[in-house]
Design a protein around this ligand. Structure first.
Ligand code: ADP
Ligand code: ASP
Ligand code: MG
Length: 439
């Protein structure tokens, strides 16, 4: 079996959905199709939720009506027959009724998750009605019946495997399955999600659970590019990446993949392909065990970073000092991205402000603490780049006017990371494109 995931832009217009139907019926291999919400819908749901949280119910109501009008038009353009249109309207009415009901109840985090789930629930229903109208036999698999996270928001691959295979077993002989990306159930049994962009993660988890032959991520660009195409004018697609390289790029900001989406495929050695719905014949990117070639492949940037420096003369020759510092971050379940140490100080970075005040307070017990907010990590990723002396020379020559706050080199064979003030991100990515990639 294979997995094909289609992102928001790939299903965001009726004609795109028609294109997706063609792509998923091309081959003979049984397929699980993972769909995102129509492009823009999750952002809309976030703003409805924010309206409710801030008690701006009239704004939320206006947005719900706007969204409903958009879906009515979408149904008319997607479907041909009155029967199919009526069926789609009835199915979506349930979701808009829910959204209108929540206007009357008090806001909670659980309700927020329910609101955010509506996008994927609606896109899969619409697509299913369209397939039915087109005479394409398929089964709708409810992700909420198999996609499970634990109390620490970690996907439960064992349980996903068992539940999904039961559902597939109950539909033996069927070849095409449609399911929702992004949404899941948490340890309390409530509706939850895998964080923004999470449909990629869903696809990789489904691929791992069924030991798929391939996990195809279909999006609006022809694969992973060497640099961020939203920031830099001339970027080029990369043909092959290793799992490690792709994981680093995803984690350090390449938006084409959810940060955690590589590990399930890597763990079960399932190749991931990044493909373009607008240009299905384009090669795209293959992600697998082997890196393909040596040298720099790509750069990515991750915003919203805070650097923390802890300075202490007691650190001198003191063993156990780093452990005490790390324990503070462990206590607040905050992961550290970069770290550098000197004899009297340690600097590290985090990407979440959630428990910053508490963390800083506890760190003060170990020395003086300084922070720099609004930082960006720029990661240069490639195979064995840390062993290629030319790489470092080229890299630092290219950006010699940029104020670099921290450097991480040698942590892995395929990553060099720089911490810079966020205001220099665009310039840094452009300079690297010229100086390192010659583009
Ligand atoms: P989808 O809705 O299909 O999940 P996303 O918007 O999440 O699509 O991801 C695709 C987008 O990722 C591209 O349109 C592109 O702007 C952005 N992107 C950022 N960095 C890269 C990169 N290095 N290579 C390719 N695309 C990238
Ligand atoms: N619809 C969700 C989002 O916009 C998940 C996804 O598109 O991957 O974040
Ligand atoms: Mg995405």
């Amino acid at each position: 079996m294979k997995v094909m995931k289609f992102g928001g832009t790939s299903v965001g217009k009726p004609e795109r959905m028609h294109g997706v139907a063609q792509l998923i019926t091309r081959g003979d291999e049984p397929t699980i199709v993972v769909l995102s919400a129509l492009s823009g819908t999750t952002n809309f749901l976030v703003s409805i939720s924010n309206g409710l949280a801030g008690n701006d119910r009239s704004d939320a109501k206006q947005k719900i009506d706007q969204l409903e009008a958009h879906y009515q038009q979408f149904i008319n353009d997607l479907l041909q027959t009155d029967t199919a249109r009526q069926k789609a309207r009835t199915q979506l009415a349930e979701h808009f009724e829910f959204l209108n009901i929540i206007l009357k109840i008090s806001f909670s985090e659980a309700l927020n998750k329910d609101i955010l789930a509506q996008g994927e629930l609606m896109s899969t229903k619409l697509f299913s009605v369209y397939l039915e109208e087109a005479g394409v036999e398929h089964v709708l698999l409810p992700a909420l019946e198999f996609m499970q996270i634990d109390a620490h928001e970690e996907p439960q691959i064992g349980s996903i495997k068992v539940k999904l295979s039961q559902l597939l077993h109950a539909n033996q002989g069927k070849k095409l399955f449609i399911t929702q990306g992004y949404i899941c159930r948490n340890s309390k049994g409530e509706v939850d999600n895998l964080k923004r962009g999470g449909s990629d993660y869903s696809a990789s988890l489904v691929a791992a659970a069924i030991n798929a032959s391939v996990c195809e991520i279909w999006t609006d660009i022809d694969g992973m590019h060497n640099n961020d195409p939203r920031v830099v004018d001339k970027t080029v697609p990369i043909e092959q990446l290793s799992f490690d390289e792709a994981a680093e790029l995803a984690y350090f900001g390449a938006k084409i993949l959810h940060p955690a989406s590589i590990w399930p495929a890597q763990h079960f050695n399932i190749p991931v392909k990044l493909l373009n719905t607008m240009d299905p014949e384009a090669k795209g990117t293959v992600i697998q065990q082997q890196a393909g070639s040596v040298g720099i492949k790509a750069v990515a940037a991750k915003d919203g970073i805070v650097a923390i420096k802890i300075k202490s003369s007691r650190m001198l020759l003191a063993y156990g000092f780093l452990r005490k510092i790390f324990e503070v971050f462990e206590k607040y379940r905050t992961s550290i991205d970069m770290i550098t140490t000197s004899e009297v100080a340690v600097s590290l970075t985090i990407d979440s402000q959630e428990n910053l005040a508490e963390i800083l307070k506890e760190l003060e017990a170990f020395g003086s603490v300084e922070i720099d907010e609004n930082q960006t990590i720029v990661s240069i990723v490639g195979n064995e780049i840390a062993q290629t002396p030319e790489v470092m020379k080229k890299l630092f020559n290219a950006i010699n006017n940029i104020p670099v706050r921290m450097v991480s080199y040698g942590g892995s064979k395929h990553n060099v990371s720089l911490l810079i003030p966020a205001a220099y991100k665009v310039e840094t990515l452009q300079l690297l494109n010229k100086g390192v990639f010659g583009l």
